[in-house]
Design a protein around this ligand. Structure first.
Ligand code: MG
Length: 246
């Protein structure tokens, strides 16, 4: 573990961590919503007779809707979707998602957030989601944890994941932090790529069906199998991050 922390510091030319915040992705990290996203995307594309590849919507998680739709269009029709098509397809997907999403949080998520707060760190949310009910729902499930000032959503950014922009904005919202002042918790390959491109130490939780190597290849320094395992391991990681230096 200490070697991973040192490797990060070396690579990014820092002598130590100075942790102030932990940045959380939402879908597949705080909420068990990915099965519903996946099912809604697949059904939407099936209804249009557009072929998708295995795990496509898990692999594309974090992208804005337009870019997910365009990838399917290019494969099937060798062209991008028109704006009208995009809107219609995204509306159908969202409609199905509302139907299928249970709203369940992931086991351990609340405990991880509470621990972060107990340790005096600021929880920040960085999500590609643009659901209007987002803030209300977060406040019901994780009361008092996030505020609009500590959230980055699809409405805030020009370039979605895998671009680093959402996480760079997350650092800003954490209090104009440098990358070594935060860690990121992500579940998706493109989200991990985005966080790593922003220069932040990134922990993956593999809450979906993808193989662990995909998350490691995307640049995650650590991969845990659940938020519950992260809850168990996080105190040790934070303790090491406080003391490690190169
Ligand atoms: Mg996610």
């Amino acid at each position: 573990m200490i070697e991973l922390l040192k490797a990060y510091l070396q690579q990014h030319h820092y002598s130590r961590f100075d942790l102030k915040a932990v940045i959380f992705d939402m879908d597949g990290v705080l909420y068990d919503s990915m099965p519903a996203h996946d099912k809604s995307w697949r059904q939407t594309m099936d209804e249009l007779n557009l072929q998708h590849i295995p795990f496509e919507f898990y692999l594309q998680e974090g992208r804005i809707g337009k870019s997910t739709i365009d990838a399917v269009f290019q494969r099937n029709l060798q062209r991008e979707a028109t704006e009208e098509e995009e809107q219609r397809i995204y509306a159908r997907k969202s409609e199905l998602f509302q139907q299928y999403n249970s709203g369940a949080t992931l086991p351990g998520a609340k405990e991880v957030l509470n621990l972060v707060r107990e340790k005096g760190l600021k929880p920040v949310l960085v999500t590609g989601s643009g659901q209007p009910s987002l803030l209300d729902r977060l406040d019901i499930h994780f009361p008092g944890i996030f505020t609009p000032q500590t959230m980055v959503t699809a409405f805030d950014v020009v370039n979605g994941k895998p671009d680093p922009e959402p996480f760079l904005m997350g650092l800003e919202k954490g209090g104009n932090l440098r990358p070594n002042q935060a860690i990121v918790v992500e579940n998706a390959p493109l989200g991990i790529q985005a966080a790593v491109a922003a220069g932040i130490f990134t922990i993956a939780v593999n809450t979906g069906p993808l193989s662990e190597t995909i998350l490691t290849d995307a640049g995650a320094s650590l991969v845990f199998d659940s938020m519950t395992t992260l809850r168990a391991e996080l105190p040790g990681i934070l303790r090491l991050a406080e003391t490690v230096s190169i």
